[in-house]
Design a protein around this ligand. Structure first.
Ligand code: 2IT
Length: 449
């Protein structure tokens, strides 16, 4: 590999030795940039990459809250304002037990490139807490969110940093967070958060947007192969908002999602998660706070495989849509052996780097990267910000039309970027290059800091 790129990767490995997820995403992205760095010596001259892998700012804060039984608890809150060169920092908050700086930083780094790919004016950020929402009452979640916002509100704003949801943070949490922000600021600045409820400035289609966008992207890939979505079987993981959106749109377009997964195992529904009742049940299951997918199998009388992942199921399209590093080498081999043609990442970094490389090398397997496929979520968040600043509400048709166009553009920009650098039809490298280019231009123009 190019000596400059290797030296930056080595630097990150040394400085972030205890943050393997961050090192992983930096290696993945930077390894795609070789032809760009060689064609543009000015980047190395300005040592642009060493700055790009360092967050502009990252901080922690104490979040104390009282449980219903009167006991006090202290969690750590995080916000990583990774790169603001092309717009206010933008990215979700993740509330999950395993959250630590390495998770926030990897998500923040991915977000920089993803947000750039949308073509919209949003920089990259991420945040969250090691708070575990599982089994917490509404009142506990509200007190936690209020305390979290008391610590964070000074450092965010509609033109500064605009958090949203991620795992463990949905419309309910965003509501509590916004209520506290409004109370502290004494102003209705609802562009400070996205993923809000519709009644106070949320965008129509935002809840569906990540899943819908992923299906629109998939349609582009299928079209390239002369195929269509109709009649395809899809294996999904997870059963949150993203998977729900995929089920809705895939069903509408005549495809079938046949697997869902949770921490307890996976379900196989050969008829597809394809009726309004089944799709609605996903939301109910997620809102129950139980965090188990077996409930679906019990309710609809389908197979449940305890403790297993769905990657052994024979399908046309695999869409890992649950969490990071869900697909390792062993599962990648299984997927390839099953003759799966389309490997469409949806969750942030769902594939280990060796598994991703393996799948990309399989003849006949097309791999699409999550930072492009799931970008419809944050893109629609940017559309929510636009509506908030215009003080207007766009129709469902308008938002969906823009989302669809954005996904088509992300796809074609990725294809063109890879072709321009002689990499052929490589959606992974293309997304990294296209995302990089815009941020790099903006950083070069704004001087060294
Ligand atoms: O990973 C992501 O892009 C998100 N969690 C959504 C971020 C956003 O600001 O809507």
């Amino acid at each position: 590999m190019n000596a400059y790129l290797s030296s930056v990767i080595e630097h990150v490995k040394t400085r972030h030795a205890n943050e393997p997820e961050f090192v992983q995403t930096v290696e993945e992205v930077l390894s795609s940039l070789e032809p760009v760095i060689e064609k543009h010596p000015e980047y190395e001259k300005a040592d642009l990459l060493t700055r790009m892998v360092e967050p502009e700012r990252m901080f922690t804060f104490r979040v104390c809250w009282m449980a219903d039984d009167g006991t006090w608890h202290t969690n750590i809150g995080y916000r990583c304002q990774f790169n603001g060169a092309i717009g206010p920092y933008k990215g979700g908050l993740r509330f999950q037990k395993n959250v630590y700086p390495g998770i926030i930083k990897f998500l923040g780094f991915e977000q920089v490139f993803k947000n750039s790919l949308t073509g919209l004016p949003i920089g990259g950020g991420k945040g969250g807490s090691d708070f575990d929402p599982a089994g917490k009452s509404d009142a506990e979640i509200m007190r936690f969110c209020q305390s979290f916002m008391q610590a964070l509100y000074r450092y965010i704003g509609p033109d500064v940093d605009v958090p949203a949801g991620d795992m463990g943070v949905g419309a309910k949490e965003i509501g509590y967070l916004y209520g506290e922000y409004r109370r502290l600021k004494g102003a209705f600045e609802n562009g400070v958060l996205t993923g809000k409820g519709f009644s106070y400035g949320g965008s129509l289609i935002r809840p569906e947007a990540t899943g819908f966008g992923a299906v629109y992207y998939l349609e582009n890939v299928l079209k390239h192969e002369g195929e269509e979505l109709k009649g395809k079987t899809i294996a999904c993981a997870g059963f949150g908002n993203v998977t729900w959106g995929i089920c809705k749109k895939a069903t509408e377009l005549g495809a079938k999602v046949v697997t869902l997964s949770g921490p307890d195992g996976y379900v196989y529904d050969p008829d597809g998660v394809a009726t309004a009742e089944k799709i609605a049940y996903l939301v109910e299951m997620r809102n129950s706070g139980r965090n188990v997918v077996k409930d679906y199998a019990d309710k609809f009388g389908v197979e449940f495989h305890a403790g297993e992942k769905p990657w052994g199921v024979k399908v046309d399209v695999v869409m890992p849509s649950a969490m990071q590093n869900d697909v390792h080498m062993e599962q990648a081999k299984q997927i390839a052996a099953n003759g799966v043609k389309y490997y469409i990442e949806v969750a942030n970094m769902p594939t280990t780097n060796d598994a991703l490389k393996f799948l990309m090398e399989q003849p006949g397997v097309i791999v699409a990267p999550s930072k492009a496929v799931n970008a419809g979520g944050v893109a629609t968040s940017a559309l929510e910000m636009a509506q908030n600043s215009e003080r207007l509400v766009w129709t469902e048709e308008e938002v969906d039309k823009q989302l669809h166009q954005i996904m088509d553009t992300i796809y074609s920009m990725s294809v063109e970027a890879a072709e321009m650098y002689g990499l052929g039809y490589n959606l992974v490298a293309g997304a990294n290059i296209a995302g990089f280019q815009r941020v790099a231009d903006a950083m070069m123009a704004q001087g060294v800091f």
